[in-house]
Design a protein around this ligand. Sequence first.
Ligand SMILES: [Zn+2]
Length: 251
Amino acid sequence: MSSILAKIGLTASATSFGFSQCRSSIASHQSLVRFFHSSQFWYGDNAANNAKNRERYANDPEYRNRMLQKQREWTRERRAKDTDFVANRRQSNLRWIAKKRPAHIQNYINDPEYRKSQKHNRRNSEAVVQRADLKRKANINNSYQKNALLHWILKATWQCRLFWETHEPLISEEPDGTPGICSSCNGVSTQRLWWRRKKVDEKSAEKMGDESSKQVLDCHNCFCDMDWEKALPLGYRGHVFGSGKRLREPD
Ligand SMILES: [Zn+2]
């Protein structure tokens, strides 16, 4: 019997049998047999149970909500008890993202299917869309102006005659945009409009090599955040979108 216990990772000690015997009227050998069978069941079918639970989680909304509610309660309790819980969790998430990031970038740039799945996930999040809408309407972080500039550049047929001091616009020929990596926020995304830097500082050029330094891109958001005045083309600085003043084509 002791070898069987060793197999399931338990040690048969006199005190543990004694404890079982004291707590119930079942004879010690019956208790042990019952315990062994229940342990064997649990260990042997653990993987099968997990798979079953995963399937149920995916297909049974009531079960899923119950599990999510339990998780939320657990998190709430941990937060209240452990002051470092939030910071530790954030650190752990950041480590996980950093570990996965190189593969994510490679897949995103080179695999259209992977890109599609990422886009689908983001579009599905209604909360993200609603938050962006509210931000735009309230012009939080200049988002209304940035969005208006983006659409104006994409719509203007004469945009190729405009001139920016620090960057030049690259408009994607693909209707859904072109994937790229922003040098400022380091984010990888698909954009209809990328901004190519006209000048690259020496340090970056050295790091990237001659060819790569010709294609230092910024996403529209980062480009606008660098200097909003310079985000507007020369001759159009100071313009406020939505003020009723129409932007006229250059002579
Ligand atoms: Zn960016």
